[in-house]
Design a protein around this ligand. Sequence first.
Ligand code: KG4
Ligand code: ZN
Length: 348
Amino acid sequence: MKILGIETSCDDTGAALLEGGRNTAQILSNVVASQIEIHQKYGGVYPTLAKREHQKNLPLVFTQALGESKPDAIAITYGPGLSPCLWQGITFAQEKAQELNIPLIPVNHMEGHLLAALLFSGKDQEFETDISHELLPALGLLVSGGHTELILVEKLGAYKIIGETRDDAAGEAFDKTARILGLPYPGGPEIAAKAKESKQNTFDIRLPRPMLHTKDFDFSFSGLKTAVLYDYNSRTPEERESASYIQEMAKEIQEAILDVLMKKTFAAADEYAIKTLTIGGGVSANDELRARFLKEAENRGIILRVPPKHLSTDNGAMIALAGYIKWLRGEYLSSDARIEAEPNLRLE
Ligand code: KG4
Ligand code: ZN
């Protein structure tokens, strides 16, 4: 069966077509219209502006993703995310489901990130449709612009949040500190690129690693932006505008965030004796993060599953996949079902 996934929870308009089979599901198309250029002017995502862009882009990405095919069901993100953006996608999906007279499947955006990572088969454009017993329990680290969560997966569909951020998300920490340094939105890729260029250690910058030694698996990143601002303000204008200051600061920001993510994730991996670790969400597109987690997972004999970058950031294929998994369990609604946006939806 063919399932069309639609994603509009934040600033990307995504539509993708997935062919769901017995053991695998293949991505037939995956179209994402990015709004980065628009939001760059404002240094962040403006919900009403994002909603208008979704309205404009949805018919285009829908047509492009579908091509000549007719879908058998539509999966749509209903939360968590920005309320006006979620509603825009839901309304569109409902209209199309009625026009085509096909079922609707409401999907949790975070389950999309989790499954796109956990079920990625290692082959291009291919997901598995279940997870074998030997790979469980699994642990998912979900790191995006709005969320930082550690999810224990006992089986498909049975999730428990065992740790999460108490304030800012990891992606938000990248975005906010980048802004202090005068780097454009989104800050994650910008900080990563500057960090890569860093060759020296002239400024000896030291940022805190919040909650590194607490016994729980929670995170806190809001102190980081304060610390960056404090250091930044203590420098002369010449210093802080120099290429090497920005590079060294970017490197320290990335390291501080990764140190905390690594420590808490592997502490949780020990505690729950997990077999598989998977990382999803936009921040997991970070090369340094991938390299560090891969090395540590190998050392500990834990299987690491990370999808290609375009499946880590927001996209429609992950929504189609999570929708297909629900479909297999018989969890779908009729074409005229009313779906409500749930901006604060949780994965439990
Ligand atoms: O999952 P996502 O695409 O959208 C949300 O659901 O939030 O994640 C976006 C976040 C942004 O904060 C962005 O700065 C961050 O992911 N990000 C990165 C990288 N690429 C995107 N953070 C660090 N390194 C990257 N390479
Ligand atoms: Zn996301």
